[in-house]
Design a protein around this ligand. Structure first.
Ligand code: PEP
Ligand code: MN
Length: 338
């Protein structure tokens, strides 16, 4: 961190800043110019915060010179991280499509879903048993029974399962049902206590972007998980809130190359919650793959118009199959497989 003192800062004010830095166990380098004195903190500057110095007398401005995140940063880990989900590799050359319904409804719906998701060529399945709904009066998810239905249906087709954890009290139940990938939804991206808890388990985590989160906040949220020891984190961009009402959320395709530069962890895209309409999903999916996404999270349903949740954005089995073919074409153009 660098602290720039104002032109008229006194020696006492410089000393106060130096002592504060030393109090955190860091060393200092003082550079006295003709107009300004600049103090550099030497050591792990992540312990320091600009706010600590900005309010001190004589300080003009302070700034970090290294990234506030470390474990998730590509700076510290050059190679792409490939996450192994029961033998399915996410983050390597093969692009992974995770599909399934928004929510687990019935055993029959899950059996049908697992069948067509597998037959369309997907290697992972999604489905929410605990749903974060805007209204408390709408379907809240099938709960633990839903996890059982999901597990049973997916096991028949050897599909690892992805499902959302909202409440830390359900974590043990998720482990009991051997949930393969824990999804942290957009509304919980900065639920730091939840992030710390999933950081302590040995399960891959899909961390969705908060609907109004900056990329830096998102990386810091991932760092919370990583700091607990769990480095199996997958970033999922699902669109951010914008002024536009035509679609549900604004898909930030730009986040893909930015994250690929900033982190070694895999990046996937959820075109369903971005567009909010099934007819937009193919275009957004193709764009995401062309832009370098490592995977996609796509909602589908055996009969979309009967879905209990997010019916408008669910692809039918036929639509998913067609899209898989289109995505395979784009993947091959950029030297990847599906
Ligand atoms: C979901 O994937 O079912 C979901 C609720 O997504 P998000 O957290 O992105 O809204
Ligand atoms: Mn949904």
């Amino acid at each position: 961190m660098i602290i720039v003192m104002s032109g008229d800062a006194s020696d006492q004010q410089v000393d106060a800043v130096v002592n504060k830095i030393k109090g955190f166990g860091l060393d200092v380098n003082i550079s006295r110019g003709t107009e300004r004195t600049v103090i550099g903190a030497i050591g792990d500057e992540r312990k320091l915060d600009a706010e600590m110095f900005d309010s001190m007398p004589g300080v003009e401005q302070s700034m970090h010179i290294v990234k506030p995140y470390k474990i998730v940063a590509r700076e510290w880990h050059k190679e792409n991280t490939v996450i192994d989900i029961k033998g399915v590799k996410l983050g390597g050359n093969q692009i992974q499509i995770i599909s399934g319904p928004c929510s687990v409804e019935t055993q029959e719906q899950m059996d049908e879903s697992a069948k067509f998701v597998s037959e369309s060529g997907c290697h992972l399945m999604r489905g929410g048993a605990f749903k974060p709904r805007t209204s408390p009066y709408t379907f809240q998810g099938a709960g633990v029974e839903g996890l059982a239905m999901f597990r049973k249906a997916a096991d028949r087709y050897n599909l690892p399962i992805v499902t959302e954890l909202m409440d830390v009290r359900m974590l043990d139940t998720f482990l009991e049902y051997d949930v393969d990938v824990i999804q942290i939804g957009t509304r919980n991206m900065q639920n730091f206590d939840l992030l710390k808890e999933v950081g302590r388990v040995n399960k891959p985590v899909i961390l969705k972007r908060g609907m109004a989160a900056t990329i830096s906040e998102w990386l810091m949220a991932a760092e919370y998980i990583a700091a607990g020891g769990n480095h199996n984190i997958i970033f999922c961009e699902r669109g951010v809130r914008s002024y536009e009402t035509y679609y549900r959320n604004m898909l930030d395709i730009t986040a893909i190359p930015v994250l690929k530069k900033e982190t070694h962890l895999p990046v996937i895209i959820d075109p369903s919650h971005a567009g909010g309409k099934a007819w937009m999903v193919p275009a957004l999916s193709r764009a995401a793959i062309a832009a370098g996404a490592d995977g996609l999270l796509i909602e589908s349903h055996p009969r979309p118009c009967e879905a209990w949740c997010d019916a408008d954005q669910a692809l039918s089995p036929e639509e998913l199959k067609k899209l898989m073919g289109e995505m395979a074409g784009i993947a091959s153009v950029i030297g990847r497989t599906l």
